[in-house]
Design a protein around this ligand. Structure first.
Ligand SMILES: [Zn+2]
Length: 81
């Protein structure tokens, strides 16, 4: 069982969060000029999930395109785990 959280894991998670934030930080809704809200959950790279929220679908679309990953913003979790 690999349940021990090592410093290495923490570091990688921090880097991942930082990189994601850097990618998304400057996104603003072209219609409402609202910034994107980003929340992270989880403490390991396996665990970590991002939840994004914003003023409208347009902003979420931009964010999803930018993040370039299958994480769906504000979508119900469809992960089979
Ligand atoms: Zn908007």
């Amino acid at each position: 069982m690999f349940s021990v959280l090592t410093d290495f894991d923490k570091l990688r998670v921090e880097r991942f969060k930082q990189a994601t934030e850097d990618k998304l930080r400057d996104i603003r809704c072209p219609d409402h000029h609202q910034p994107l809200r980003i929340r992270f959950q989880g403490t390991t790279l396996r665990d970590v999930s991002i939840s994004l929220s914003g003023c409208c679908e347009k902003l979420m679309g931009i964010a999803n395109a930018r993040i370039g990953s299958p994480w769906a913003a504000e979508a119900p979790s469809s992960k089979a785990s």
